[in-house]
Design a protein around this ligand. Structure first.
Ligand code: IVH
Length: 687
């Protein structure tokens, strides 16, 4: 209660102090109920109103502001870098078992060590595929969170962990409970599958790099410097063990919680999320049953687990058995089989994409891979077919890794019988037009006369980063092409009320909405319009580069291949592609028709505020934490820089954010100077 006395000296009225305590409790309970118990006790509006009330009081009496206040989950400032911290007790890892035989050996070794011939009681828990984190509570308040690191030393990620709503900022001790001076809780921070897909969608929409799987996404989110970024990431946490504590607390635990399961229940009672898959099993057979049932539940969970962990329940026995070098003798992980299965390759179909490239798609005998029925897998391109040496009727191994589309990893040649070669098309499977072989790809050269390319081009044209026609999805594009209402991009702007009304699923209201969205899309930017045209090799960034370089469309249309090659990021191949695109009479006619229909954009001008980067060419890569890539680009351009999409000899600087990949490597190989986000912020005086 010392804090209360201190605050009294600040002349905060007693009833305000009492109210603040109440608000902490109500908000803390609401977060716990919502995020940990999945059983809300108040509406969002009620929560918001209490939160506002607390924020207001804190604004009025700044002396009241405490780090454990529910308003302080997102701290004010980004940290400069992650600092290293020493763990109070080493954070160890676990040995792995892979079969029932391994499990029997493990159980026998427990029996031998403990000199017992009956079954040993083990707690079985999911092995959550996230990152081990240690939380330290001093006097019931979260003061530090750290990654596992090398087990001895980790990194301080307190600023980020505080943003995770299922991490209590204060222990939920009951009245009369002793407050532990020091209590360490260990567990796993992870990202739900649903949260992961949503995050990747958001990153993709923003033109940023997506994460390969939920684990990487959780790791990337935890290592951010700015907690505001982490706060937007759907992270959660499970606790699985007690760590270090002060002597008094240790004595209390020894006396009252002599078993691991009891400790988990106690941790749950003080507000920690504990998995409800935790069970007790005695002897190898029961553990095996728990393992099989957990493996079955695996596919229904909204988070990834890669195995089961088992731990001797009696803490006395744990202490007696002790540790090997880096793993306990009393616990082990029992891994689930990889998400791979064998099935038969029935057929291969070639799909035609927007630019005419044919992608082989494997049709498979339907098979359950980690709980999801898979009947298609991508084969990428002709080289991949050759690499796998796959043939129709072959038994193939199908893999589902994290999020991605299933793929064929191998052919089981030992089961090969009466197979036939995959027929490689000689004409476009959609329009029957001629094909051209380009490196590893086959391409239909039919352009928009090929309905597959037309449909994909329309979808691309209307998509969010292009002309942004709201409500213009796949089904609509399909119908417009099938009914021959749209056979060039410009036809979109000639669609009439009656035509749209005649489409399946369209009434007057949806027709009005679609026509209004088409109308609205006419006010666009030159960069978007160039991108929307679907020129081979011109992505969003290049669309903008061309717009900024030429300012208007006419000089771009008139540019020669040589002119185009002077632009950073434009090589000979791309220059030729752009040149040829604009030297196609029907295309020029279409552009004119769109302009006549009212498609327009403001004259493109790059405002130069403080031209410290005048004439310098930048490439931006990786995940930035201070601003979005678009903002970074705008800031750099405002300082006179040109921002290009790919690294070349002409690049002066690479701004490399987190998880920068191939562009960073290329820059290093070419000796291009690499700058961090922090350095750029300093140079632009944005700190
Ligand atoms: S207990 C000494 N329990 O697995 C025992 N670990 O290889 C330490 N993990 O670093 C860990 N779920 O990140 C334990 N229920 C669970 C777990 C779990 C996931 C991770 C943890 C640890 C790694 C061990």
């Amino acid at each position: 209660m010392t804090e209360v006395k201190e605050l009294k000296t600040q002349d905060v009225p007693q009833q305000v102090l009492t109210r603040v305590e109440e608000l902490y409790k109500q908000l803390g309970d609401a977060e716990h109920a919502y995020y940990t118990l999945d059983d809300p006790i108040m509406t969002d509006a009620e929560y918001d109103s209490l939160f506002q009330e607390l924020s207001k009081i804190e604004a009025q009496y700044p002396a009241l502001l405490k780090p454990e206040s529910p308003t302080q989950r997102v701290g004010a400032k980004p940290v400069e870098g992650l600092t290293s911290v020493e763990h109070l007790k080493p954070m160890l890892s676990l040995g792995n078992l892979f079969s029932f035989e391994d499990l029997e050996h493990f159980h026998e070794s427990l029996q031998k060590n403990l000199d017992r011939d009956t079954g040993i009681e083990l707690v079985t828990e999911p092995k959550i595929d996230g990152l081990a984190v240690s939380l330290i509570y001093e006097n019931g308040v979260l003061v530090r969170a750290a990654t596992r690191g090398d087990g001895q030393q980790g990194e301080d990620i307190t600023h980020n962990v505080k943003t995770i709503k299922s991490v209590p900022l204060k222990l939920k001790l009951k009245e009369g409970d002793a407050v532990p001076a020091l209590l360490e809780v260990r567990g796993e921070v992870y990202m739900s599958r649903k949260g992961f897909f949503a995050l990747n969608q958001k990153l993709e929409d923003a033109g940023q790099k997506v994460f390969a799987n939920p684990r990487n996404a959780a790791a990337g989110s935890l290592r951010q410097l700015d907690p505001k970024v982490t706060a937007t990431r759907p992270l959660a946490w499970f606790c699985y063990a007690l760590g270090a504590c002060d002597d008094t607390t240790q004595a209390w635990i020894n006396e009252n919680l002599p078993e691991h399961l009891a400790q988990l229940h106690w941790l749950a009672s003080i507000g920690m999320p504990v998995s409800d898959l935790v069970k007790l099993a005695t002897g190898a057979e029961e553990v095996q049953q728990a393992y099989e049932s957990m493996n079955q539940q695996r596919a229904t969970l909204d988070y990834d687990i890669d195995g089961m962990v088992m731990k001797v329940n009696a803490i006395r026995d744990q202490n007696y058995m002790g540790f090997l070098a880096r793993t306990p003798r009393w616990a082990s992980a029992y891994k689930f089989p990889a998400q791979e299965v064998e099935t038969q390759l029935l057929d291969v179909e070639f799909q035609v994409g927007r630019t005419g490239v044919l992608t082989p798609v494997a049709r498979l005998a339907p098979v359950n891979v980690g709980g999801v029925v898979v009947s298609n897998a991508t084969l990428h391109n002709l080289d991949e077919i050759a690499r796998l040496d796959a043939k129709i009727n072959d038994w193939v191994i199908v893999q589902r890794a994290g999020d991605v589309i299933p793929k064929i990893s191998q052919v089981n040649v030992s089961r090969r019988e009466s197979v036939t070669d995959i027929p490689i098309p000689e004409a476009c499977p959609v329009c029957d037009g001629p094909l051209q072989k380009e490196e590893v790809a086959l391409r239909c050269i039919g352009g928009l006369t090929c309905t597959a390319q037309l449909r994909e081009s329309i979808r691309h044209f209307a998509s969010r980063k292009a002309m942004d026609i709201d409500g213009f999805g796949e089904k609509l594009a399909d119908q417009l092409v099938a009914r021959q209402l749209v056979s060039t991009l410009a036809d979109i702007y000639d669609l009439t009320n009656d035509q749209v009304m005649s489409l399946e699923g369209y009434g007057q209201k949806s027709t009005d909405n679609l026509l209004a969205a088409i109308e609205k899309s006419k006010d666009t930017t030159l960069g978007r319009f160039i991108f929307a045209l679907g020129i081979k090799g011109v992505g969003e960034t290049m669309g903008q580069t061309l717009a900024s370089h030429f300012g208007q469309l006419e000089p771009l249309i008139a540019a020669s291949s040589e002119d185009l090659q002077k632009i950073d990021g434009v090589g000979e191949v791309l220059a030729d592609s752009i040149y040829l695109f604009f030297h196609d009479e029907p295309m020029i006619e279409q552009i004119q028709r769109m302009k006549d229909a009212g498609v327009q954009w403001p004259h493109e001008e790059v405002e130069i505020v403080d031209a410290i980067f005048e004439g310098k060419t930048f490439v931006v890569t990786g995940t930035l934490s201070h601003f979005s890539r678009d903002e970074a680009k705008k800031r750099l351009e405002a300082a006179g820089a040109k921002v290009s999409g790919s690294v070349s000899k002409k690049t002066d600087f690479l701004l490399a954010g987190e998880a920068a990949g191939s562009k960073l490597k290329k820059a290093q190989d070419l000796g291009v100077q690499v700058l961090t986000e922090q350095e750029i912020l300093q140079m632009l005086n944005l700190e």
